[in-house]
Design a protein around this ligand. Structure first.
Ligand code: ATP
Ligand code: MG
Length: 203
């Protein structure tokens, strides 16, 4: 079937949630692969406001994380960035993200993208059951993490094997703080943004 055009196929939207502190190439490959395999029309990157599971951690301010996400995704016509989580007061819960994006795109089929490390957590998320009514869940493989078989059955997530990139934001922050290179782990514009604003260097 032809894409777009006159056929009445429902729009297929991926949602890539994350702290993105900073966004790195592992996030971008995950979104790109899911978009390809699931034939998505768009992937919306959604930087978190206050992440529920990182309340005790220092997270870079939302505007910097948002701008780095915009810079990293700007060249891809199917990638967009949403402010729904950073503009919603209080702690970020994925159920609210899904509701907001569903309300803005009531006709679309939604696909929530996570890494394998998040699968073990999903059942602890607020209103987990309702999340599965609003979106399909796709867990991508991530080096160093396995999503346990029994969890996958309980939470009804698909697993998708993607090219392995052993990159984490934690590691990028540590490297930046020691003035070690982060080139090619994050997009060039993000390297430059980190340097320009002195992010991570004093932590
Ligand atoms: P941090 O180390 O600060 O937790 P992170 O690298 O895990 O950062 P997050 O913003 O926490 O990045 O991740 C957002 C989403 O992207 C999560 O679902 C996570 O599992 C997934 N993800 C992150 N890095 C990778 C990677 N290298 N490969 C596949 N998925 C990833
Ligand atoms: Mg993480």
């Amino acid at each position: 079937q032809a894409r777009g055009g006159s056929d009445r196929r429902r729009r297929r939207i991926g949602i890539m949630g994350g702290t993105f502190d900073p966004i790195h190439n592992g996030h971008l490959v995950a979104a790109s692969e899911v978009a390809w395999v699931y034939d998505l029309d768009e992937v919306i990157f959604v930087p978190t406001g206050r992440p529920a599971f990182k309340l005790n951690k220092n997270v870079t301010n939302a505007e910097d994380r948002y701008l780095m996400t915009v810079i990293a995704t700007a060249s891809n016509p199917r990638f967009t960035v949403s402010r729904v989580d950073i503009d919603r007061p209080g702690v970020t819960y994925t159920i609210d993200t899904l509701r907001d994006i569903h309300d803005a795109n009531p006709e679309a089929e939604l696909f929530f993208i996570t890494g394998a490390d998040a699968v073990a957590e999903i059942l602890k998320w607020k209103e987990a059951r309702k999340m599965f009514e609003l979106a399909h869940f796709v867990a991508v493989t991530r080096p160093g993490y396995r999503s346990p078989e029994h969890m996958r059955a309980q939470v009804r997530v698909d697993t998708l094997e993607i090219p392995a990139l052993a990159i984490s934001s934690t590691d990028v922050r540590h490297r930046a703080s020691r003035f070690e290179p982060v080139w090619y782990l994050v997009p060039d514009g993000v390297v430059q943004y980190i340097a320009k604003h002195g992010l991570y260097s004093m932590k």
